[in-house]
Design a protein around this ligand. Sequence first.
Ligand SMILES: Nc1ncnc2c1ncn2[C@@H]1O[C@H](COP(=O)(O)OP(=O)(O)OP(=O)(O)O)[C@@H](O)[C@H]1O
Length: 199
Amino acid sequence: MSASGLVVERGERIILTGISLNLSAGDALVVTGPNGAGKSTLLRTLAGLLPAASGTIELKGGNPEAQLSEQVHLLGHSEGTKGSLTVLENLSFWTQALGGTAATIGDALEAVGLAHTADLPASILSAGQRRRLAMARLVSVGRPIWLLDEPATALDTDGVARLGDLVRDHRKAGGIVVAATHADLGWPKLKRMVLGRAV
Ligand SMILES: Nc1ncnc2c1ncn2[C@@H]1O[C@H](COP(=O)(O)OP(=O)(O)OP(=O)(O)O)[C@@H](O)[C@H]1O
């Protein structure tokens, strides 16, 4: 995935300007910067949810037929968990909605340590457990580019370690990860981007 000369405006203000990046299979980019610097804005732009006022975003490799929005998976602040459904039903719903395969759902719940909650209503999950459920989607949906907005929020030490394992395996399989964070995620061999002061 590459981006060149991105300029992004929100509410008629320029939030990002002159952003370029070049990521190959297996790369992880960590984006840091103060509150309001534009980290979430960059992820939403890379996800195709916000238009760039100028500049280009290109996918290299992957399925040439697929749109950008079909190749990326944004793990944002709102988890979209439906409280009236069970944990398993939530994961099944999102996996199907986002084009993943049902066969991976059990493994995904195991990977995030939520297998024992599969039949519980999602409404009773703690904040960290909801975050883990959202993490499980990354695995069951299986898109090549993961865009993670503050992925360690609400996670305990075990959760952060499991996130690190998922990211490691994804990179090994040729996936790309871009994470915006204030935390030290402890991932090896990172590329870094520091965004400047909030405008
Ligand atoms: N919907 C919106 N309309 C207009 N401006 C917005 C909107 N959302 C965010 N902004 C502005 O864009 C700027 C960047 O916000 P963004 O959420 O990308 O920052 P961030 O670096 O992710 O911050 P944080 O560390 O607090 O999560 C801020 O000045 C913010 O006020």
